[in-house]
Ligand binder design. Structure first.
Ligand code: SF4
Ligand code: SF4
Length: 109
């Protein structure tokens, strides 16, 4: 009986969890974004990435010898590249709807 009373009471209670997306400063590790203008081509992000989602490639967008290409489909959103990037060129976005049939949609520099 006690259990039933508790169950009925809980039917009318507000949820214990709160929808974070309604908060102004909510944080989520969504799709990575690279600000190429801040990148120095140091390769630190490639070195620290545990899932090998970052590859340094020759790039004619900048005067750098190499710049990072990120394969988001390999990313485990650990945050190491963001933490280690000395110039804050990498950041997480709030975009977490990562769906596509095409691998190329996940690879970006
Ligand atoms: S968040 Fe982690 S797994 Fe994803 S690219 Fe950065 S270091 Fe690699
Ligand atoms: S760690 Fe930052 S500055 Fe260095 S290559 Fe990666 S994105 Fe560029």
């Amino acid at each position: 009986m006690e259990l039933l009373t508790e169950a009925i009471k809980n039917l009318f209670k507000r949820p214990f969890t709160e929808e974070k997306s309604k908060e102004k400063d909510w944080f989520i590790r969504g799709k990575l974004i690279l600000d190429i203008s801040k990148c120095t081509g140091c390769s630190l992000c490639e070195k620290v990435c545990p899932s090998k989602a970052i590859t340094m490639v020759e790039d004619n967008r900048t005067k750098l010898k190499k710049s990072p290409i990120i394969d988001v489909s390999e990313c485990i959103f650990c945050g190491l590249c963001v933490d280690y990037c000395p110039t804050k060129a990498l950041a997480f976005t709030k975009s977490c709807a990562l769906v596509s049939y095409e691998k190329k949609d996940f690879v970006k520099g």
